[in-house]
Design a protein around this ligand. Sequence first.
Ligand code: ARG
Length: 456
Amino acid sequence: MKLWSGMLSGDLDKFAEEFNSSIKIDQRLVFDDIKGSIAHVKMLRKTAILEKNEADQIIKGLEVIKQKLLDGSLKVDLTSEDVHTFVESALIDEIGELGKKMHTARSRNDQVTTDLKLNLRDESKEILKLLKKYINVLCKKAKENKDTIMPGYTHLQAAQPVTFAHHLMAYSMMGLRDLERLEDYKKRLNFSPLGACALAGTTYPIDREFTVKELGFDSLMQNSMDAVSDRDYILELQSVLSIIGIHLSRLSEELIIWSSQPYHFVKIDDKFSTGSSIMPQKKNPDMAEIIRSKSARLIGNMNQSFVMMKGLPLAYSKDMQEDKKSIFDSVDAIKMALQVMAGQIETLTVNKEKMLKACKDGFLNATDVADYLVNKGLSFRDAHHISARLVKYGIENNKGLDEIELGIYKNESELFEEDIYDEIDIIKCVNERKSLGGPAKSEVERQIKFVQEKIR
Ligand code: ARG
């Protein structure tokens, strides 16, 4: 029998019944549902809406159910309509008719969003921890690579030399913003909808502040219609997780490029690589690729949540039942992706020689040739043209800028002296870029300290 079957005749159509059921997805909320129910019944006891001994028996019953679920002697009944129905039926099985009093002054509408908020509050704490671990791994790897010179790219064309540490620290800065967004999100999540009932509150003398404290909410939602129909916290979390996903996806893309031939800048550890079933020489960066595709899924989930909500009139509509599958999927995806990415970075082998060679081959010190002339009084525009002609000469004669003879330099400008070779030394080029946020070793050290202090 359905909880709501009082005025409807007969059974639901077989397909409608299955279509309507959400238990396979929302069973994940079972412990949140029990927690919320215990707080609710304590409130009913405090306000004398239920007699003390009735409330005590219900609370005890709920605790027994929790215990039985934990030790496996009770399983979630997947033929139930949803998790709330299951818990209520299990309670009635456990303590008898009295169990039917639990739902006094409550509706599944305020119940489901309370459960979901409790669940996502815990999940976001977990994600926060994983995010910090991942950022810490980036900092550790950066510390090992403060002197690892590599090409920095724009348009994926070699641009100016940076260090691998500098590059990794760029991702750790994205991570810091992600952390901040996740922490900030909790400020708006942590308001209790419980007591809004179906949509219009109740005539019972409930005490909403009591359940706020019991469940660790910061405060309560002030309007009962808003309380049951708000899913902003889902949309916000989906957005925050999508942004994290995009950051991980961009880093994945770099790992895929860096580990490909002819780059060979890094070697992804065998623990995070797979082979080909046909080509024996292949080592594939599958984990990075899966992270890249998980981010597509996160964006898809985010999109689904937004579109689901955009046309819904107040207050609750059953459409909202579809909020769970996608947010749970996003939560699971990001938790896995953060752990796999942290592992990949931690075990990454860096090929310093290859990176340095790519800097030399790419004329990455061409800007520094121009800067040299600017320091001697030439305009940057003229200096730029001179440097470009020297690069052209280098390409035609298969020479790096540090290999071109001084005579050739002097043909272009009398301002060139022997010290040009010092000025365009790639390592010097990097370490002279001491401007705040730049790749110089001293600067990157400051960045690492900055980030590590933030995640402490
Ligand atoms: N399974 C439902 C959901 O997830 C629970 C709320 C049902 N409320 C209702 N009025 N039918 O949204």
